[in-house]
Design a protein around this ligand. Structure first.
Ligand code: PMP
Length: 352
């Protein structure tokens, strides 16, 4: 740390992204990317924009917002596109939480939430998941604090039903509830229809997973126009050109090719079911996932050991060191072939 680093940030522990190693070719099952390439339409649309990179992009993201609004069945004034959904999450933390308006989230969830809170000087509280890693909805009813919940949750993959989400939103009318739907296309029900009814709900989404665009950095938020306006104030006070030209075009083209992406999601869901059953047959405990990953632990090998052994065999999965989940690993669901390779290697490691 330099002697110039702001004292208010000196205790900040930044988020650690998943490994992106270059030392060898891995079957990469560690950062929940799609195993499928972007559609041809997306590649063509991005190439076309590449020739125009001399010019700034549209700061209003007009065309992209119109496409997202149509996809989600909302008005374009209820949409804000951002540089990955990490950015809309940060905007939402910045805009609606502060030292007098704390935020709560589960103890086991997306590791960026406490970082956004620390970065913005927001007090936060972690509410423990139940022993089976599900959320106890009663913990959030009428809590009178801002809330962020990933649905499906990460890294567990477990989802809440829309009824439960609505109970949380309706019982905290004076607080902002953020539902992070990064993985919703793999099996959960979206809360977007609820934004017509509730002015305190923000739903965030990403193109990084189901739309094969992790490297393009595109996410968005859907909420009532007033909440979107407030987050626009943050956007125009930090980086008005937050979604670059190629990414804006890629996002709109991806929505045109929605059928391709939704069919990829179905393939991922099938591969997930195959993998969950195969892991269970090998004695693993596998949480019930509605996402493009599985959270699993073995009764025969520790979490870290399995992660390291698979890595040495060319398969990367994600291991977390926090006490409650250190025997688990998060395994991104790839193609059926990749998952068969994974199961083959696990069998070899366990010598079964
Ligand atoms: N929310 C959750 C729950 C995630 O796991 C991720 C992926 N790291 C994100 C949001 C952010 O994804 P992105 O910024 O790529 O949209």
């Amino acid at each position: 740390m330099s002697r110039f680093f702001s004292s208010k940030l000196s205790a900040l522990v930044p988020y650690t992204p998943g490994e992106q190693p270059k030392d060898m070719k891995y079957i990469k099952l560690n950062t929940n990317e799609s195993p499928y390439p972007p559609s041809k339409g997306v590649v063509e649309a991005s190439k076309k924009e590449a020739g125009k990179l001399r010019l700034y992009c549209d700061p209003t993201c007009a065309s992209l917002h119109a496409s997202i609004a149509e996809l989600c069945g909302v008005d374009k004034c209820q949409v804000l596109a951002t540089n990955g959904s990490d950015e809309i999450l940060n905007f939402a933390f910045m805009a609606f939480s502060d030292k007098d308006n704390p935020i709560v989230f589960p103890d086991i969830t997306y590791g960026f939430y406490p970082v956004f809170a620390e970065l913005n000087g927001i007090p936060y509280e972690k509410i423990p998941l139940k022993d089976d890693f599900t959320i106890d909805v009663n913990d959030y009813i009428g809590i009178n604090k801002n809330i962020v919940i990933a649905n499906p949750n990460a890294p567990t993959g477990i989802c809440l039903g829309l009824d439960d989400i609505e109970k949380i939103v309706s019982s905290n009318p004076n607080n902002v509830i953020i539902i992070d739907e990064a993985y919703v296309d793999f099996g959960a029900k979206s809360a977007i229809p609820l934004i017509k009814k509730y002015d305190n709900l923000i739903v965030t989404r990403t193109f990084s997973k189901s739309y094969s665009l992790a490297g393009a950095r595109l996410g968005f938020g859907v909420a009532c126009a007033e909440l979107i306006n407030d987050m626009n104030t943050i956007k125009y006070s930090t980086n008005p050109y937050n979604v670059n030209r190629m990414t804006q075009a890629a996002g709109a083209a991806a929505i045109k090719d929605n059928d391709y992406y939704m069919s990829n999601c179905q393939s991922i869901i099938s591969a997930r079911e195959y993998t969950a059953a195969a892991l269970e047959a090998l004695g693993f405990t596998v949480l019930d996932s509605s996402a493009n990953f599985l959270f699993a632990k073995s009764d025969k090998i520790g979490g870290e050991e399995l992660y390291l052994k698979l890595k040495s065999r060319g398969i990367l999965i994600r291991h977390f060191t926090s006490e409650r989940i250190k025997e688990f690993n998060r395994i991104t669901v790839g193609t059926q072939e990749q998952m068969q390779a994974l199961i083959g290697e696990i069998k070899a490691i366990l010598e079964v």
